[in-house]
Design a protein around this ligand. Structure first.
Ligand code: ADP
Length: 183
């Protein structure tokens, strides 16, 4: 089974939830760039101070900062047996940096989560009530634009290892599909 897995999909597709379930099931770390950045903001680190307003606007944090953060994380012992990358790489520059650091087998499978846009917006607006700062309506729109412009081109870059997963339905239904997709 693939053990260096990238989860890709639009904001609200449920990647984070599914990545955590799979990571727990197979015993490899779930590495979420968004969660790491939110933690840096909460801790008030130098990185967090630089990232905060950018994230609140729905834009991408500069590549050099995110690449350094993820490379440091991937160098830890627990990532040696595999990892689930969630939110990184998010554009072609980051994918190239990952390849330069770890080679072409840095990712052996990419799960692409497919959910219709109306459902995504409903899910994100629902989550806004739970208090995530970047889930306000204009920010959501900006995050979709960034996804289409910057992140979707990665589908092409990893076309030889992509597995599409229908992301609609309950968490359990989607997780069954995730496990099925990876065999
Ligand atoms: P989602 O994909 O649901 O919008 P994430 O938790 O993955 O949410 O990311 C939240 C925010 O964190 C992004 O909108 C962006 O500002 C920042 N971010 C996360 N990952 C990256 C990355 N790889 N490069 C640049 N910015 C990132």
């Amino acid at each position: 089974m693939a053990r260096r897995i990238l989860f890709l999909g639009p904001p609200g597709a449920g990647k984070g939830t599914q990545a955590q379930l799979l990571a727990d099931a197979i015993g490899i770390p779930h590495i979420s760039s968004g969660a790491m950045l939110r933690e840096a903001v909460a801790d008030g680190t130098e990185l967090g101070k630089k990232a905060e307003s950018i994230m609140a606007a729905g834009d991408l944090v500069p590549d050099d900062l995110v690449v350094a953060m993820i490379e440091e994380r991937l160098a830890k012992d627990d990532a040696r047996a595999g990892y689930i990358l969630d939110g990184f790489p998010r554009n072609v520059v980051q994918a190239k940096a990952l390849q330069a650091a770890l080679g072409d087998d840095a990712i052996d499978a990419m799960l692409l989560f497919d959910v219709g846009e109306d459902e995504l917006v409903d899910r994100l607006l629902g989550r806004a009530e739970e208090g995530r700062a970047d889930d306000a309506e204009e920010t959501i729109r900006r995050r979709f634009d960034v996804y289409r412009g910057e992140t979707e081109p990665l589908i092409e870059a990893y076309a030889d290892r992509v597995i599409a997963v229908d992301g609609t339905g309950s968490v359990d239904e989607v997780f069954d599909r995730v496990q099925g997709a990876l065999g």
